[in-house]
Design a protein around this ligand. Structure first.
Ligand code: COI
Length: 324
């Protein structure tokens, strides 16, 4: 089977080489993302793997179908970048990946604690030679109520990590199927939590789940954490909540319209995104570069998982992580 891997980063090559040897695969690498103007590169291949930053829309799927490609495997968990209706129409099977959920869960805990102890503000102060304690009085995790939105693999670990530190933890999920989790309705979570952390996939229904309306229900001084998908949160409404001091702080590893900025070095050219620039002027904001997943373990798992899915699609017509 001939596989083309799109959006390959340097740090993935070692894992690709290791697993292509282990599974006897013929893999070609492409650093460009999979999108309408690059899909032609897939001609002559049997299967394709890509990442969450690719744009697998109708045009891409139509072309893949015309090249005879019958299955594609994402190396990401989130698959909101794939037009599943078109995949069905063009009879292309799609899988997502499974990888160590501890990568993202530990990151969410870390940035939550950084916000509780005002670390973004501390860094900004120290850069200006201000070593005073002014404005840095912190809060202990065990005295917080944490609201976890989404209790899949990652959310469950986040829930347990905060519990193990003595926090009171509640969760909201459309599917309340874990007897060890204290589920509440979304409104109660919003009204009672000191920290709200998002771990739900992005769907048409939860686009801008956090907006003016949901922010108005939150406690004053709330901390909002996003390591899921940027489009879950309306950035303009967050800026308003920060400006009015309703929100105590935000730590976003993902933010809406991030494609073209995250995972890129924009230090020379800059970037054109005023809301992000406004957020970055604030002392109670921490922005990271969609890197919560980025551990040695998770990167290796992502490659292994996608390749296994392609092998299974090719051999059995179905795969462990088949979405459709
Ligand atoms: C995912 O796996 O869904 C991610 O967010 C990571 C990725 C975009 C590299």
């Amino acid at each position: 089977m001939k596989i083309l891997a799109f959006a390959v980063r340097e740090d993935e090559i070692e894992s690709f080489n290791r697993y292509s040897k282990k599974f006897s695969l013929d893999i070609s690498f492409e650093s460009k993302s999979l999108r309408p103007d690059t899909v032609f590169l897939a001609k002559g291949f049997d299967g394709v793997t890509f990442l969450g930053n690719c744009n697998v829309n109708q045009e891409v799927l139509k072309k893949l179908n015309s090249y005879g490609i019958k299955f594609i495997a994402s190396r990401s968990v989130g698959y909101n970048n794939v037009d599943l209706e078109s995949a069905k129409k063009y009879e292309i099977k799609v899988s997502n990946a499974t990888y160590s959920p501890y990568s993202v869960a530990e990151f969410a805990l870390m940035i939550s604690m950084m916000m509780l102890r005002h670390i973004p503000k501390t860094i900004k102060h120290i850069e200006k030679n201000n070593f005073s304690l002014n404005g840095l009085l912190g809060r202990e995790v065990r005295n917080q109520q944490v609201g976890v939105i989404g209790t899949g693999k990652i959310g469950k670990i986040v829930y347990n990590l905060f519990k193990s530190l003595g926090a009171s933890v509640v969760a909201y999920d459309l599917y309340q199927n874990n007897k060890d989790i204290n589920y509440v309705c979304l409104d109660e979570l919003l009204k009672t939590s000191d920290i709200i952390t998002l771990h739900t996939p992005l769907t048409a229904e939860n686009y801008h789940l956090i907006d003016k309306n949901s922010i108005s229900k939150m406690k004053n001084d709330v901390i909002i954490i996003n390591t899921a998908r940027g489009e879950l949160i309306n950035l303009i409404d967050i800026l308003e909540g920060l400006n009015s001091n309703k929100i105590g702080g935000v730590a976003f590893d993902t933010f809406e319209k991030e494609v073209g900025i995250v995972h890129k070095d924009c230090s020379e050219k800059g970037y054109d995104y005023q809301e992000l620039k406004n957020l970055l002027t604030k002392e109670n904001v921490l922005i990271t570069s969609h890197q919560a997943f980025y551990t040695e373990q998770a990167v290796s798992d992502m490659v292994e998982s996608a390749l296994k899915n392609l092998i299974e699609f090719n051999r059995d017509g179905t795969a462990q992580n088949e979405i459709i």
